[in-house]
Design a protein around this ligand. Sequence first.
Ligand code: FAD
Length: 272
Amino acid sequence: MNIFVLIKQVPDQGSKAGVNADGTIDRAKAKRMLNPFDRFALEAALSTKRRYGGIVTAITMGPPPAVEILYEAIAHGVDGAILLSDRRLAASDTLATAYALSQTVRWAGAFDLVFCGLQTTDGDTAQVGPQLAERLKVPQITYCESFEIIEGHIQASRVIEGGTQTVKSPLPAVVTVANSAERLAYKTLRGAQRVQQLQRDEEARKQVIRTVTLDDIEAVPDRCGLKGSPTIVAATEKVGEIGGSCIIYQGRSIEGLVQDALVAIPRELVQA
Ligand SMILES: Cc1cc2nc3c(=O)[nH]c(=O)nc-3n(C[C@H](O)[C@H](O)[C@H](O)COP(=O)(O)OP(=O)(O)OC[C@H]3O[C@@H](n4cnc5c(N)ncnc54)[C@H](O)[C@@H]3O)c2cc1C
Protein backbone atom coordinates (compact mmCIF):
# COMPACT_ATOMS: atom_id res chain seq x y z
CA MET A 1 0.00 0.00 0.00
CA ASN A 2 1.14 3.51 -0.68
CA ILE A 3 0.38 5.54 2.41
CA PHE A 4 0.78 9.27 3.02
CA VAL A 5 0.52 10.95 6.38
CA LEU A 6 0.14 14.70 6.69
CA ILE A 7 1.78 16.26 9.70
CA LYS A 8 2.16 19.86 10.76
CA GLN A 9 4.61 21.71 12.98
CA VAL A 10 2.80 23.92 15.48
CA PRO A 11 3.95 26.34 18.18
CA ASP A 12 4.56 24.59 21.48
CA GLN A 13 1.72 25.80 23.66
CA GLY A 14 3.92 25.58 26.71
CA SER A 15 6.17 28.32 25.30
CA LYS A 16 4.97 31.86 25.87
CA ALA A 17 7.78 33.44 23.88
CA GLY A 18 5.96 33.25 20.57
CA VAL A 19 2.96 35.54 21.11
CA ASN A 20 3.08 39.10 19.73
CA ALA A 21 1.54 42.05 21.60
CA ASP A 22 -1.49 41.95 19.26
CA GLY A 23 -2.15 38.31 20.11
CA THR A 24 -0.85 36.83 16.84
CA ILE A 25 1.72 34.05 16.95
CA ASP A 26 5.31 34.95 16.27
CA ARG A 27 6.10 31.65 14.60
CA ALA A 28 9.78 32.49 14.26
CA LYS A 29 10.20 32.90 18.04
CA ALA A 30 7.84 30.20 19.28
CA LYS A 31 9.23 26.83 20.26
CA ARG A 32 7.95 24.24 17.84
CA MET A 33 6.52 20.76 18.09
CA LEU A 34 4.70 18.11 16.10
CA ASN A 35 0.96 18.80 16.22
CA PRO A 36 -0.20 16.41 18.99
CA PHE A 37 -3.21 15.27 16.92
CA ASP A 38 -0.87 14.20 14.13
CA ARG A 39 0.73 11.63 16.40
CA PHE A 40 -2.48 9.59 16.02
CA ALA A 41 -2.36 9.98 12.23
CA LEU A 42 1.27 8.85 12.26
CA GLU A 43 0.41 5.77 14.30
CA ALA A 44 -2.50 4.95 11.96
CA ALA A 45 -0.16 5.16 8.94
CA LEU A 46 2.55 3.06 10.57
CA SER A 47 0.09 0.45 11.84
CA THR A 48 -1.38 0.17 8.31
CA LYS A 49 2.11 -0.64 7.07
CA ARG A 50 2.70 -3.14 9.90
CA ARG A 51 -0.59 -4.92 9.21
CA TYR A 52 -0.88 -4.75 5.42
CA GLY A 53 2.60 -3.85 4.17
CA GLY A 54 3.56 -0.85 2.08
CA ILE A 55 5.43 2.43 2.20
CA VAL A 56 4.69 5.41 4.43
CA THR A 57 5.62 8.94 3.38
CA ALA A 58 5.16 11.89 5.73
CA ILE A 59 4.30 15.24 4.14
CA THR A 60 4.44 18.66 5.70
CA MET A 61 3.98 22.19 4.42
CA GLY A 62 5.88 24.81 6.34
CA PRO A 63 9.06 26.86 6.60
CA PRO A 64 12.47 25.06 6.51
CA PRO A 65 12.55 24.32 10.29
CA ALA A 66 9.49 22.11 9.74
CA VAL A 67 11.99 19.45 8.64
CA GLU A 68 12.37 18.74 12.39
CA ILE A 69 9.02 16.94 12.49
CA LEU A 70 9.95 14.94 9.39
CA TYR A 71 13.02 13.66 11.22
CA GLU A 72 10.73 12.82 14.14
CA ALA A 73 8.44 10.86 11.80
CA ILE A 74 11.45 9.00 10.37
CA ALA A 75 12.56 8.13 13.90
CA HIS A 76 9.13 6.58 14.39
CA GLY A 77 9.53 4.49 11.23
CA VAL A 78 8.21 6.34 8.15
CA ASP A 79 10.09 5.45 4.99
CA GLY A 80 10.35 8.86 3.36
CA ALA A 81 9.26 12.45 3.72
CA ILE A 82 8.35 15.53 1.70
CA LEU A 83 8.75 19.13 2.83
CA LEU A 84 6.72 21.64 0.83
CA SER A 85 8.38 24.96 1.52
CA ASP A 86 7.95 28.16 -0.45
CA ARG A 87 7.75 31.81 0.61
CA ARG A 88 4.72 32.22 -1.64
CA LEU A 89 2.76 30.01 0.78
CA ALA A 90 2.95 32.59 3.61
CA ALA A 91 -0.49 33.71 4.82
CA SER A 92 -2.23 30.65 3.36
CA ASP A 93 -5.63 29.90 4.91
CA THR A 94 -7.07 26.38 4.99
CA LEU A 95 -8.33 26.60 1.39
CA ALA A 96 -4.88 27.48 0.09
CA THR A 97 -3.19 24.98 2.43
CA ALA A 98 -5.42 22.12 1.29
CA TYR A 99 -4.84 23.08 -2.34
CA ALA A 100 -1.05 23.12 -1.92
CA LEU A 101 -1.09 19.83 -0.01
CA SER A 102 -3.31 18.18 -2.63
CA GLN A 103 -0.85 19.21 -5.33
CA THR A 104 1.96 17.74 -3.24
CA VAL A 105 0.12 14.43 -2.87
CA ARG A 106 -0.56 14.36 -6.63
CA TRP A 107 3.09 15.10 -7.31
CA ALA A 108 4.14 12.29 -4.96
CA GLY A 109 2.15 9.69 -6.91
CA ALA A 110 -0.74 7.26 -6.66
CA PHE A 111 -1.86 6.45 -3.13
CA ASP A 112 -4.17 4.13 -1.24
CA LEU A 113 -4.60 6.12 1.94
CA VAL A 114 -3.84 9.63 3.15
CA PHE A 115 -4.00 10.03 6.91
CA CYS A 116 -4.46 13.43 8.56
CA GLY A 117 -4.78 14.49 12.16
CA LEU A 118 -8.20 15.54 13.35
CA GLN A 119 -7.20 19.15 13.79
CA THR A 120 -4.23 21.25 14.82
CA THR A 121 -3.54 23.01 18.07
CA ASP A 122 -2.89 26.37 16.37
CA GLY A 123 -5.28 26.77 13.41
CA ASP A 124 -7.69 24.33 15.04
CA THR A 125 -10.18 24.30 12.16
CA ALA A 126 -10.23 20.57 11.26
CA GLN A 127 -10.86 21.71 7.69
CA VAL A 128 -7.70 20.62 5.91
CA GLY A 129 -8.41 16.85 5.82
CA PRO A 130 -11.93 17.17 4.36
CA GLN A 131 -10.83 19.89 1.91
CA LEU A 132 -7.94 17.73 0.82
CA ALA A 133 -10.30 14.81 0.07
CA GLU A 134 -12.47 17.13 -2.02
CA ARG A 135 -9.46 18.37 -3.95
CA LEU A 136 -8.20 14.83 -4.55
CA LYS A 137 -11.75 13.74 -5.45
CA VAL A 138 -11.66 10.72 -3.15
CA PRO A 139 -13.95 9.63 -0.29
CA GLN A 140 -13.19 10.86 3.22
CA ILE A 141 -13.64 9.25 6.61
CA THR A 142 -13.38 11.71 9.48
CA TYR A 143 -12.98 11.06 13.22
CA CYS A 144 -11.70 7.55 12.52
CA GLU A 145 -10.94 5.56 15.66
CA SER A 146 -10.04 2.14 14.24
CA PHE A 147 -10.13 0.48 10.85
CA GLU A 148 -9.45 -2.60 8.76
CA ILE A 149 -8.61 -2.99 5.10
CA ILE A 150 -10.82 -5.61 3.47
CA GLU A 151 -10.63 -6.40 -0.24
CA GLY A 152 -9.67 -2.97 -1.48
CA HIS A 153 -11.97 -1.20 0.97
CA ILE A 154 -11.45 0.47 4.30
CA GLN A 155 -13.95 -0.37 7.00
CA ALA A 156 -13.71 2.16 9.78
CA SER A 157 -15.25 2.89 13.13
CA ARG A 158 -15.70 6.65 13.49
CA VAL A 159 -16.56 8.62 16.59
CA ILE A 160 -19.96 10.30 16.55
CA GLU A 161 -21.91 12.01 19.30
CA GLY A 162 -22.90 9.39 21.84
CA GLY A 163 -21.28 6.42 20.13
CA THR A 164 -19.49 5.11 17.07
CA GLN A 165 -20.49 4.54 13.48
CA THR A 166 -19.09 1.88 11.14
CA VAL A 167 -18.53 3.00 7.56
CA LYS A 168 -16.97 1.39 4.51
CA SER A 169 -15.30 3.13 1.62
CA PRO A 170 -13.37 2.10 -1.46
CA LEU A 171 -9.70 3.03 -1.63
CA PRO A 172 -8.08 5.44 -2.22
CA ALA A 173 -9.44 7.57 0.60
CA VAL A 174 -8.51 10.35 3.02
CA VAL A 175 -8.86 9.51 6.70
CA THR A 176 -8.71 11.96 9.61
CA VAL A 177 -7.79 10.16 12.80
CA ALA A 178 -9.52 10.76 16.14
CA ASN A 179 -7.49 11.36 19.26
CA SER A 180 -9.14 8.35 20.85
CA ALA A 181 -7.38 6.12 18.30
CA GLU A 182 -4.24 4.13 19.03
CA ARG A 183 -1.35 6.09 20.55
CA LEU A 184 1.96 6.53 18.77
CA ALA A 185 4.55 4.08 20.05
CA TYR A 186 8.08 5.04 21.02
CA LYS A 187 10.66 5.98 18.41
CA THR A 188 12.50 2.90 17.19
CA LEU A 189 16.25 2.38 17.63
CA ARG A 190 16.51 1.75 13.90
CA GLY A 191 14.61 4.96 13.20
CA ALA A 192 16.81 6.99 15.52
CA GLN A 193 19.95 5.58 13.90
CA ARG A 194 18.54 6.40 10.46
CA VAL A 195 17.96 10.01 11.52
CA GLN A 196 21.55 10.29 12.74
CA GLN A 197 22.80 8.91 9.45
CA LEU A 198 20.64 11.32 7.42
CA GLN A 199 21.84 14.28 9.47
CA ARG A 200 25.43 13.35 8.61
CA ASP A 201 24.92 12.41 4.96
CA GLU A 202 23.46 15.16 2.78
CA GLU A 203 23.10 13.01 -0.34
CA ALA A 204 21.18 10.32 1.54
CA ARG A 205 19.05 13.02 3.18
CA LYS A 206 18.04 14.46 -0.18
CA GLN A 207 16.86 11.01 -1.28
CA VAL A 208 14.78 10.40 1.84
CA ILE A 209 13.51 13.94 2.59
CA ARG A 210 12.53 15.63 -0.63
CA THR A 211 12.08 19.40 -0.44
CA VAL A 212 9.71 20.80 -3.03
CA THR A 213 8.47 24.24 -4.08
CA LEU A 214 5.25 25.38 -5.73
CA ASP A 215 6.95 25.05 -9.11
CA ASP A 216 7.89 21.41 -8.45
CA ILE A 217 4.33 20.44 -7.55
CA GLU A 218 2.88 22.56 -10.38
CA ALA A 219 0.71 24.62 -8.05
CA VAL A 220 -0.76 27.88 -9.33
CA PRO A 221 0.87 30.57 -7.14
CA ASP A 222 -2.28 32.73 -7.15
CA ARG A 223 -4.17 29.90 -5.45
CA CYS A 224 -1.66 29.89 -2.58
CA GLY A 225 -0.59 32.37 0.07
CA LEU A 226 -2.46 35.60 0.66
CA LYS A 227 -3.84 35.77 -2.89
CA GLY A 228 -5.35 32.30 -2.69
CA SER A 229 -6.81 32.83 0.80
CA PRO A 230 -10.33 34.28 1.01
CA THR A 231 -10.33 34.08 4.83
CA ILE A 232 -9.83 37.39 6.59
CA VAL A 233 -9.02 37.50 10.28
CA ALA A 234 -11.08 40.54 11.33
CA ALA A 235 -9.74 40.73 14.88
CA THR A 236 -8.10 38.67 17.55
CA GLU A 237 -8.69 39.01 21.25
CA LYS A 238 -6.43 38.04 24.09
CA VAL A 239 -8.44 36.29 26.75
CA GLY A 240 -5.59 36.21 29.24
CA GLU A 241 -4.71 33.42 31.58
CA ILE A 242 -7.36 31.69 33.61
CA GLY A 243 -6.23 31.45 37.22
CA GLY A 244 -6.73 28.46 39.45
CA SER A 245 -4.94 25.88 41.46
CA CYS A 246 -5.12 22.19 42.05
CA ILE A 247 -4.33 20.09 45.09
CA ILE A 248 -3.93 16.36 44.69
CA TYR A 249 -4.84 14.32 47.76
CA GLN A 250 -3.37 10.87 48.03
CA GLY A 251 -4.11 8.20 50.59
CA ARG A 252 -5.82 4.91 51.21
CA SER A 253 -9.24 5.78 52.58
CA ILE A 254 -11.72 7.80 50.54
CA GLU A 255 -13.36 9.10 53.73
CA GLY A 256 -9.99 10.38 54.98
CA LEU A 257 -9.25 12.08 51.68
CA VAL A 258 -12.63 13.80 51.65
CA GLN A 259 -12.06 15.00 55.24
CA ASP A 260 -8.63 16.40 54.29
CA ALA A 261 -10.12 18.16 51.28
CA LEU A 262 -12.99 19.64 53.28
CA VAL A 263 -10.56 21.12 55.80
CA ALA A 264 -8.56 22.75 52.99
CA ILE A 265 -11.50 24.20 51.05
CA PRO A 266 -12.75 27.62 52.21
CA ARG A 267 -15.82 27.21 54.46
CA GLU A 268 -18.16 29.28 52.26
CA LEU A 269 -17.46 27.00 49.28
CA VAL A 270 -18.18 23.86 51.34
CA GLN A 271 -21.54 25.27 52.44
CA ALA A 272 -22.43 26.26 48.87
C1 FAD B 1 -5.67 34.67 6.95
C2 FAD B 1 -4.81 33.57 7.46
C3 FAD B 1 -3.42 33.65 7.32
C4 FAD B 1 -2.60 32.63 7.77
N1 FAD B 1 -1.25 32.73 7.61
C5 FAD B 1 -0.43 31.73 8.00
C6 FAD B 1 0.98 31.80 7.81
O1 FAD B 1 1.50 32.77 7.28
N2 FAD B 1 1.75 30.75 8.25
C7 FAD B 1 1.18 29.65 8.83
O2 FAD B 1 1.91 28.73 9.21
N3 FAD B 1 -0.15 29.56 9.02
C8 FAD B 1 -0.97 30.57 8.63
N4 FAD B 1 -2.31 30.48 8.83
C9 FAD B 1 -2.82 29.29 9.43
C10 FAD B 1 -3.00 28.26 8.36
O3 FAD B 1 -3.94 28.65 7.42
C11 FAD B 1 -3.52 26.97 8.97
O4 FAD B 1 -2.69 26.62 10.04
C12 FAD B 1 -3.51 25.86 7.95
O5 FAD B 1 -4.35 26.17 6.90
C13 FAD B 1 -3.97 24.56 8.55
O6 FAD B 1 -5.22 24.76 9.12
P1 FAD B 1 -5.42 24.23 10.56
O7 FAD B 1 -4.21 24.53 11.35
O8 FAD B 1 -6.73 24.71 11.04
O9 FAD B 1 -5.43 22.66 10.28
P2 FAD B 1 -6.55 21.61 10.56
O10 FAD B 1 -7.52 21.60 9.43
O11 FAD B 1 -7.08 21.77 11.95
O12 FAD B 1 -5.60 20.34 10.46
C14 FAD B 1 -6.09 19.03 10.18
C15 FAD B 1 -4.97 18.18 9.71
O13 FAD B 1 -4.55 18.59 8.42
C16 FAD B 1 -3.14 18.37 8.27
N5 FAD B 1 -2.46 19.65 8.07
C17 FAD B 1 -2.90 20.89 8.34
N6 FAD B 1 -1.97 21.81 8.00
C18 FAD B 1 -0.92 21.13 7.49
C19 FAD B 1 0.36 21.49 6.98
N7 FAD B 1 0.76 22.75 6.91
N8 FAD B 1 1.18 20.50 6.57
C20 FAD B 1 0.80 19.20 6.63
N9 FAD B 1 -0.38 18.80 7.10
C21 FAD B 1 -1.24 19.74 7.53
C22 FAD B 1 -2.67 17.71 9.57
O14 FAD B 1 -2.79 16.32 9.42
C23 FAD B 1 -3.69 18.21 10.57
O15 FAD B 1 -3.82 17.43 11.70
C24 FAD B 1 -3.17 31.50 8.40
C25 FAD B 1 -4.56 31.41 8.54
C26 FAD B 1 -5.36 32.44 8.09
C27 FAD B 1 -6.86 32.30 8.26
